[in-house]
Design a protein. Structure first.
Length: 262
């Protein structure tokens, strides 16, 4: 139930949804002659839309997440690689049968580079079906991607059932069957790494964080950024969602710290 509840909650509170809800509430209250409340709600909606669309608001929020774990020196021996789903366009791949990436596809590209550099490493692709829609499990598109670049099928372990990062960690551990002394890398987007590491620790699966797919340079600062409003909204949404996820997972006991660190 938790994966479904979190997705429904986010559909309601993501920035653009909040803007629409505030505007609708403001319009309704204007008909009821609650004009000062109506104006306040409309003003909040416009302020939120401005911050998310035309400033570095999202980049400021996402930078501490991306900088929480630095990529270490690459180990000489890697026994396994876990790459988390979220980098494939499930809607397109479900119909076309390919491996089209979305904006987080860099995590798969980096996992492929590692797999080619460490030919004996096993690869766990963790990505089941979306919780609210009927789509092909992302792990299947990931498998097609790795095999297209020459990765032997016997090296690939598929978790095509997990619906969120908590289940990613639990199911990946079952598939990996880690032996003492083995080195496993965890590949996911840099902004997602703190929550992922917290959940892998909770699952007692020791991994080396290997962040990829950076969205912020870390040097944006607080300023107006009017030249790419749709990108700004996207980064703001990702940052707010991740912070909300960290808080929710901490409050429900799924991670031991609000912001897991090294």
């Amino acid at each position: 139930m938790f994966p479904y509840l979190t997705r429904i909650f986010w559909l309601l509170v993501q920035p653009l949804s909040l803007v629409v809800l505030l505007l609708v509430a403001g319009l309704a209250l204007s008909w009821l002659r609650r004009r000062w409340i109506s104006r306040m709600l409309v003003g909040l909606a416009l302020l939120l839309l401005f911050l998310c669309s035309f400033t570095t608001f999202g980049y400021v929020l996402i930078t501490p997440l991306e900088q929480r774990f630095e990529r270490p020196a690459e180990p000489a021996r890697v026994d396994g690689i876990v790459v988390l789903g979220g980098g494939m366009d499930g809607e397109v791949n479900s119909v076309r049968g390919g491996y089209e990436f979305n904006r987080s596809g860099d995590r798969f590209v980096e996992a492929l580079r590692l797999a080619l550099h460490h030919p004996n490493a096993r690869i766990v692709i963790a990505g089941g079906p979306a919780a609210l829609v009927q789509q092909e499990p992302e792990a299947l598109a990931g498998k097609r991607f790795f095999e297209a670049f020459g990765i032997a099928p016997e090296r690939i372990l598929l978790d095509d059932q997990s619906r969120n990062t908590e289940e990613n960690a639990q199911f990946a551990k079952q598939l990996a069957k880690v032996s003492a002394g083995e080195t496993w890398l965890l590949v996911t987007s840099a902004f997602h790494m703190p929550r992922a590491v917290g959940l892998f620790r909770k699952a007692d699966f020791p991994v080396i964080p290997w962040p990829a797919d950076y969205l912020a340079s870390g040097a944006e600062g607080v300023r107006i950024k009017p030249d790419q409003s749709t990108e700004n909204v996207s980064v703001s949404s990702l940052a707010l969602r991740e912070w909300a996820g960290l808080l929710g997972y901490y409050l429900t006991g799924r991670i031991d710290e609000v912001l897991p660190g090294p």
